[in-house]
Design a binder for this molecule. Sequence first.
Ligand code: HEC
Length: 151
Amino acid sequence: MRSIPPRLPTLALLAFGGAATIGGARAEPPATDLALRGVMQQLGRDMQTIVGAIATEDWALVASTAPAIARHPQPATEEKLRILGWLGSNAGKFRSYDSQVHDAAAALTAAAAQTDGEAVIAAFASTQRACLQCHREFRAAFGAHFRGTKP
Ligand code: HEC
């Protein structure tokens, strides 16, 4: 009979007075996906649509897809606060990568509207670079912190 051990962690927490801190750090709620991950997955799909549209020089499709990247949805306030709390003094950097994505995707929309292929490709590269820079700096640590993935 091994029905008791799974309850022990709860009991142990209660024994510590239900303390919300472990080792001095604020305990996070159980690891689950944040809405940000769904936003990212949609950004990934939109970028793939755009790569395909560039390959076929379908500037109208680029122009109609890029605004969804420039104005991607934001997580709800509560989640934003959790993320900002985790970012601490890095919040400014994180936000600046986000606004670089916004600006580059807006330039991408404008270039596509003018059917300027060279400018579309340049703006696409700037957009992708902003994705890459934020990921290089924050993605692994974010997953490790909020979802318990390996850093
Ligand atoms: C401001 C920072 C930031 C920017 C800018 C950013 N991302 Fe992300 N992205 C993240 C973080 C943080 C994660 C990790 C989320 C997680 O593990 O739950 C992530 C994860 C992802 C994932 C993986 C989702 C999954 O299923 O695990 C994709 C795809 C993605 N981003 C696409 C993009 C694209 C495309 C862009 C640019 C158009 C972009 N991101 C710009 C921060 C950013």
